[in-house]
Write a protein that binds this ligand. Structure first.
Ligand SMILES: Cc1cc2nc3c(=O)[nH]c(=O)nc-3n(C[C@H](O)[C@H](O)[C@H](O)COP(=O)(O)OP(=O)(O)OC[C@H]3O[C@@H](n4cnc5c(N)ncnc54)[C@H](O)[C@@H]3O)c2cc1C
Length: 505
């Protein structure tokens, strides 16, 4: 399998022209988050013709709002989800190998303040190591109090008795999404952001394509395929509803249960180290991470069941207070509201389960695949770490349901497939790098950026790291976008967004 080249500019006009010329594809994917992009890449790598449509920007939904961990999930181990943890640990090492420019291993320390914590969690983490087997990133070790303080400068010393060190992975979620889009495109897939699937096209009760609207021009396209994959995350149920337009039919039961997770970002000065702190059980029984990332410190997350799925979910004051007060409990210098540089919230597309009414903490993080009577294949749930394994499973289901052309390669080839992106100047963690014209130029020509927000939230991660800084950089980015011929008019709305990320009333 060879990539054409990572240096082919990916013009939107060319992609739209190809869309009109082809009209029929082996696979149509709805949604450009980790799930949809993973499916598009898997299908393209098998030699299938693929078109992927994302209504907003790639990763603008949940896939840019994760804790940025490539992990087996210590919490899921505690819940006894052994196969899920084992699969995620295997996928963790694949991702680190296939996208070394994006993902790396990270040392975590779990500080202990009660006598039983060190042996209890230490044994659990040894099991985590054992499940990883040859995919392990380093052995779990017990640390003395001094070793814990050395690894976690900034940890509260009062009552500290020691800690446990273990290893997991870390990545840049939105940038990996862009890398996956580029890799899929290099294998021939048409991947289009700002193209919304407005409806499914059915013939004799079977889905035979989709109607897509180019959000920039409002032009609409009918695109055909016998295999339509709904990977729309927390918005997946809307498409399942659309596929059942009959007034006489009851709408299908909901598949997705959204759960909001909030993160705060503060200066790295609160814990000046490259080691992350993991608190397995906060005072109300949740997991809390304090993770160094891109020169800053991420604190989070929460898990709050919600009933609606807005595009820009907002943190509520109670969630912010919870994170701050828990972090204050474990740090020498407690961060306050005034120290917060950015606040962002994301919605987990958890699989609906009647058994877990009222609480989303216990709902399975495994994915679910549904092939409806009309042939629409919907995939929801899972996590970023396992996007590749989920894609493989989706393609297996599509083959079993005879949605794909006869003779489609039954085996996925993505396990060892290198992911593009090492060449991007946008990989830098320097927040002012966007001021270099070559940055915006690359983001537009090679990474599908269309708006100020695309550049400052997902090509660079400034908005997520320091919302005020993002607001200051926005006019310069707008100028560069205009020079590239993009008639953006989103400066006022982007400024409003930066205020939401600062939680200004
Ligand atoms: C707070 C939080 C922390 C997390 N931390 C981690 C972590 O550390 N590690 C980990 O592995 N996982 C983590 N996860 C889980 C992971 O982020 C998600 O499982 C994953 O991003 C879901 O991706 P998705 O593609 O299914 O959904 P999304 O990323 O939301 O993608 C769905 C896309 O579909 C698009 N769409 C919707 N309707 C249409 C339409 N009609 N036409 C076209 N496009 C449409 C949307 O715009 C959206 O971009 C976390 C999740 C949350 C919320």
């Amino acid at each position: 399998m060879t990539h054409s080249t990572s240096h082919v500019p990916l013009s939107r006009e060319q992609s739209l022209a190809r869309l009109q010329a082809h009209k029929r594809f082996d696979v149509i994917v709805i949604g450009g988050g980790s799930t949809g992009l993973g499916v598009a890449l898997d299908a393209a790598a098998r030699g299938l013709s693929v078109a992927l449509f994302e209504s907003h920007d790639f990763a603008s939904g949940t896939s840019s709002r994760s804790t940025k961990l490539v992990h087996g999930g210590v919490r899921y181990l505690a819940q006894g989800h052994i196969p899920l943890v084992r699969e995620a640990l295997r996928e963790r090492s694949r991702l680190l190998a296939n996208a070394p420019h994006n993902a790396h291993s990270l040392q975590f320390v779990m500080p202990s303040f009660r006598w039983w914590e060190k042996p209890f969690y230490g044994v659990g983490l040894k099991v985590y190591d054992a499940l990883a087997g040859s995919h392990g990133l380093g052995a779990t070790e017990f640390l003395s109090r001094q070793e814990t303080e050395r690894a976690l400068p900034g940890v509260r010393s009062q009552g500290l008795s020691g800690g446990v060190r273990y290893f997991d992975g870390q990545f840049n979620d939105a940038r990996l999404a862009i890398d996956l889009a580029r890799t899929a495109a290099s294998l021939g897939a048409i991947v289009l952001n700002y193209c919304r699937v407005a409806e499914l096209i059915e013939d004799a009760g079977q889905v035979v394509g989709v109607r897509v609207v180019d959000v920039e021009t409002q032009q609409s396209y009918a695109v055909q395929s016998g295999c339509v994959i709904n990977a729309a995350g927390v918005w997946a149920d809307a498409l399942r509803g659309v596929s059942q337009p009959s007034a006489h039919q009851a709408p299908p039961a909901k598949l997705v249960e959204p759960s909001r997770g909030v993160h705060l970002v503060v200066s790295r000065d609160f814990m000046p180290t490259d080691t992350a702190m993991m608190i397995p059980k906060t005072r109300d029984g949740r997991v809390l991470f304090l993770v160094p990332w891109q020169g800053h410190l991420i604190l989070g997350t929460t898990d709050t069941p919600v009933t609606s799925a807005p595009r820009e979910p907002e943190a509520d004051q109670a969630e912010v207070d919870f994170i701050l007060s828990e972090a204050a409990h474990y740090l020498k210098r407690p961060p306050t509201r005034a120290d917060v540089l950015s606040i962002w919230a994301g919605l987990r597309p958890l699989v609906q389960s009647a058994a877990a009414a009222g609480s989303t903490k216990s709902i399975s993080r495994e994915h679910t695949i549904e092939v409806a009577a009309n042939g629409l294949l919907t995939v929801v749930g899972g996590k970023w770490t396992t996007y590749r394994a989920m894609s493989e499973d989706v393609l297996l289901h599509a083959i079993a349901a005879k949605l794909l052309p006869a003779g489609t390669c039954a085996a996925s080839v993505t396990a060892d497939l290198p992911i593009l992106g090492a060449d991007s100047p946008c990989n830098t963690a320097d927040l002012t790098a966007v001021l270099d014209p070559s940055y915006v130029q690359f983001a537009v020509e090679y990474e599908f950026a269309r708006t100020i927000e695309d550049v400052l939230a997902r090509r660079s991660r400034v908005l997520f790291l320091d919302a005020k800084r993002a607001e200051k950089l926005a006019p310069a980015v707008e100028n560069e976008l205009i020079k590239k011929g993009l008639m953006t008019s989103d400066l006022p709305s982007f400024v409003r967004l930066t205020q939401q990320y600062q939680m200004c009333p």
